[in-house]
Ligand binder design. Structure first.
Ligand code: R5P
Length: 258
């Protein structure tokens, strides 16, 4: 048996706690990324071992593949209509539960799915908890047509925004531009600090060629932070907090899914 790596421990702990919120009959949005992958495995185990009946709406082709592999019934958002809950990772979250997402380029589908849900729970490790957003580059999905013009307009906008850095770089996958599931490109905005996230998000989405930015405001209801020692912290709106503990040995049967 391969031991759970130190990097995976907080992801497993947060995921294991978050799937307790899933109830029989729910339509559940399934996030994307390394943390969300643990959540999908934890949820798959509940489906297999407890007979939990859920419909999962994945936010990427990667997540769809994993969900099917672990036994979750996968449906489209169109089929589900509306969702009870979405559980997803994040690249950063602040005190207002505003998020930066899209490190894996999935933030467009993730935002559509999360906003079509009654509730969004974010699962994270302690490194994602920031006093101010912006150290993580902000992903912005753009249409490939005329993307250089869009990049110029984004940089022109940044010149008037409350941020420290102002470069927007095209995300690459080797020698070619990275493509999202929709076939679009991603500009990563190196801002260092985002002083007014709402202002920035609204202005970015006004630029022709911008499809969606990775700032999630007023969408997340609860953040579940997992720690490597098994402790878990739930942060709700208005700073409401709760702590708990997850047994790390509980991850063993999931390691085979890796
Ligand atoms: O596009 C990717 C998503 O927004 C991820 O949820 C985010 O990047 C966090 O990923 P991870 O859990 O791998 O740090």
């Amino acid at each position: 048996m391969i031991p759970l790596s130190d990097a995976d421990k907080p992801k497993f702990v947060a995921s294991r706690r978050a799937v307790d919120f899933v109830e029989d009959g729910m339509r559940v949005g399934l996030g994307t990324g390394s943390t969300a992958a643990w959540m999908v495995r934890c949820l798959g185990r509940r489906v297999r071992e407890e007979g939990l009946k859920i419909a999962g709406v994945p936010t990427s082709t990667r997540t769809a593949e994993l969900a099917r592999k672990v036994g979750i019934a996968v449906v489209t958002l169109e089929d589900a209509g509306w969702l009870d809950l979405t559980i997803d990772g994040a690249d950063e979250f602040d005190r207002d539960l505003t998020l930066i997402k899209g490190g894996g380029g999935a933030h467009l589908q993730e935002k559509i799915v999360a906003t079509a849900s009654d509730r969004m729970i974010v699962i994270a490790d302690p490194a994602k908890d920031v006093a101010r957003l912006g150290a993580f580059p902000l992903p912005v999905e753009v249409i490939p047509f005329g993307w250089q013009a869009t990049q110029k307009l984004v940089q022109r906008l940044l010149a008037g925004m409350d941020v420290d850095g102002r470069t927007a770089t095209l995300r690459m996958a080797g020698d070619t531009p990275f493509r999202t599931d929709e076939g679009n490109y991603v500009l990563d905005l190196h801002l260092g600090r985002i002083g007014a996230p709402r202002d920035l998000a609204l202005h970015l989405n006004q630029i022709a060629g911008v499809v969606e930015n990775g700032l999630f405001m007023d969408i997340c209801d609860t953040v579940v932070v997992g720690h490597a020692d098994g402790t878990v912290r739930l942060i709700g709106r208005a700073g409401k907090e709760e702590t708990g503990r997850i047994d790390l040995a509980d991850a063993e049967s999931l390691i085979a899914d890796l």
